[in-house]
Design a protein around this ligand. Structure first.
Ligand code: ZN
Length: 353
């Protein structure tokens, strides 16, 4: 079978692979829609963590082709939503936490595509623990909307959940790319009174307003911290980091009140370093919680995201403004994601077999 892969750091192209096989609890599926993501382009630039070529892609809606002998909930022909994070649910680390947690003992260990095995830009791909990780596509949810639950919605909403937003809070969302847009939508659903989105792209700003942003602040109009403080007439309750680098944390700490929360869902460059001047964190006495976390995965999480779509709470498919048709268009969509033309929010490739 064919897959679109990172071949070496900075090099990408088609690759021939053996078709994967399903273990007793697993499934093999073929994608019917995939969305390239900045995690794919980062992996392409840095090279795979295994050091060998790895098929890219981790966001997919797919058709089941094969299931293992112990899989009860799915059979070939089913259309399924595949979380980008697929925990091994029998792992002791998950049992200890007793919750739907994305992490194994190591940070991001339940994120298997790209890092531990081939991804979804392939004619076929493998899904571990099919019963606990896959969700049947509901009849009243479009493929595009479902595709946006597996990473963008789960990640962006996690930013709002970690921020522990209270009714009426003022929330600042740094970055209004697709994850930030979903953080805005999540903040509104959690009852934020005011949502200030930080970004410059006009179509992202427009969509941010549609998802619930009450104000947009642009880096281009001057110091972001000053603008936020002036707009709010003081500090805000919560901040969500969905873009920027380690220094963006300092901007967030400059605008969040004591007892507030700063939550991070943006992936940092491994060479980046946090430098936090002590006064920014109230000399260690501010009671500002700083938390960061990775996209929660698994079937239960994705069912919750789908329920929000089914009941009209959010329409994440509006982010998919670059549409491609056909498996052979994956490279084009991937390059668009890498080069990020100014009007790109999120690309999608629809595939018919
Ligand atoms: Zn992604």
């Amino acid at each position: 079978m064919k897959g679109y892969a990172v071949l070496a750091p900075g090099e990408h192209g088609w690759l021939e692979r053996e078709k994967p096989a399903a273990g007793p609890m697993d499934a093999v599926v073929r994608p019917i829609a995939v969305a390239p993501c900045s995690s794919d382009t980062h992996t392409m630039h840095m090279g795979s963590t295994t050091g060998s070529p790895v098929i890219l892609g981790h966001e997919a809606v797919a058709e089941v082709v094969e299931v293992g002998a112990l899989v009860r909930g799915f059979r070939p022909g089913d259309i399924v939503v595949v979380p980008c994070v697929t925990p091994d649910w029998e792992a002791p680390a998950l049992q200890q936490r007793g919750a739907n947690n994305a992490h194994d003992y190591a940070s991001m260990a339940s994120f298997k595509y790209l890092t531990q095995k081939d991804g979804v830009f392939a004619e076929f791909f493998h899904v571990n623990n099919a019963d606990a990780n896959l969700v049947l596509l509901p009849k009243d949810v479009s493929v595009d909307a479902a595709l946006m639950t597996v990473d963008m919605m789960s990640t962006g909403f996690y930013g709002a959940e970690m921020a522990d937003i209270q009714l009426g809070d003022t929330v600042v969302v740094f970055g209004i790319g697709p994850v930030g847009l979903m953080a805005v939508a999540g903040a509104r659903l959690r009852g934020a009174g005011r949502i200030i989105g930080i970004g410059t792209r006009p179509n992202c700003a427009e969509l941010a307003r549609e998802y619930g942003a009450t104000d947009i602040v642009s880096y281009k109009d001057g110091d972001v911290v000053q603008q936020i403080l002036e707009l709010e007439g003081g500090k805000v309750d919560r901040a969500i980091l969905a873009g920027g680098d380690a220094s963006t944390l300092n901007q967030a700490l400059s605008v969040v009140k004591s007892n507030g929360v700063v939550s991070n869902v943006t992936f940092l460059d491994p060479t980046d370093t946090y430098h936090i001047p002590a006064p920014l964190w109230g000399l260690g006495m501010s009671d500002i919680s700083i938390c960061g976390g990775f996209c929660p995965g698994g079937a239960y999480r994705i069912q919750k995201m789908l329920r929000l779509i089914q009941n009209g709470r959010v329409a994440p498919e509006k982010m998919l403004n670059y549409q491609y048709d056909g498996f052979d268009k994956i490279p084009e969509a991937f390059v668009a994601m890498d080069q990020k033309p100014r009007d790109l929010i999120k690309p999608v490739v629809h595939i018919q077999w």
